[in-house]
Ligand binder design. Structure first.
Ligand SMILES: C[S@@+](CC[C@H](N)C(=O)[O-])C[C@H]1O[C@@H](n2cnc3c(N)ncnc32)[C@H](O)[C@@H]1O
Length: 201
């Protein structure tokens, strides 16, 4: 059965364009069958983006589970960053590549990767962002959290969004244990936007 997290979606392609606005900037996204949130930018992703644009984001950014490229593309337009976007889904990566061009983004690339498998062991980031693939299961999302910790520079930040009913409390406990901190930047309709900092050593 096909899921939004299938490696190679088999549903018939039917690309269309949607628009997304944030702080008076308009973005254009090609979307398709077999990818996450193809009707509109997801409510939780929008909530997290509104919080992210109030943060100071710079350096090398990794978008884990990028879908059709929302976080990486929007952040690249608000901040001067180098961005890498990864997703397990080949169709999502194809759309991200088209959306990078459609939105005239520079210094950003999309790479197909199952979790961090195509990120080099010694590749470190200043910021990692994710709307984690809850439906892929706890093992996958907790692996993304642990790999994110390993791939953050000292002082680097992980941002994620998760709903109470999908385990926000246990996620916060796990992240607090790993990072030694866990801040809630915003909350709405059960969704929590979470920030953890890999403290300087
Ligand atoms: C909740 S969606 C978020 C998509 C996008 N960031 C957005 O905000 O619209 C999670 C994404 O994670 C991807 N994903 C699922 N399992 C994955 C894995 N093991 N490695 C990388 N990406 C994965 C899915 O294909 C999906 O695009």
């Amino acid at each position: 059965m096909e899921h939004y997290y299938s490696k190679e979606p088999t549903s018939k392609s039917d690309e269309k364009e949607i628009k997304y606005e944030l702080n008076e900037k308009t973005f254009r996204f090609l979307v398709d069958n077999g990818v996450f949130s193809k009707e509109r930018v997801d409510f939780a992703s929008d909530l997290m983006l509104k919080a992210l644009v109030t943060e100071e984001i710079s350096g090398n950014v990794l978008d884990v589970g990028c879908g059709y490229g929302v976080f990486g593309i929007v952040l690249s337009s608000f901040f001067d960053i180098n961005c890498k976007m990864i997703d397990i889904n080949s169709r999502a990566i194809g759309l991200s590549e088209k959306n990078i061009k459609l939105n005239n983004c520079k210094k950003i690339k999309a790479v197909q990767s199952d979790s961090f498998e195509n990120i080099k062991d010694d590749e470190l980031f200043d910021v990692i962002v994710t709307n984690p693939p809850i439906r892929a299961g706890k093992k996958v999302i907790y692996d993304i959290y642990s790999q994110s910790y390993k791939h953050l520079k000292s002082g680097g930040c992980l941002y994620l969004v998760i709903n109470n009913k999908h385990g926000a409390p246990s996620t916060k406990e796990f992240l607090t244990e790993m990072f030694g901190n866990c801040e809630i930047l915003d909350k709405k309709a059960g969704f929590h936007v979470i920030k953890c900092v890999r403290e300087r050593i």
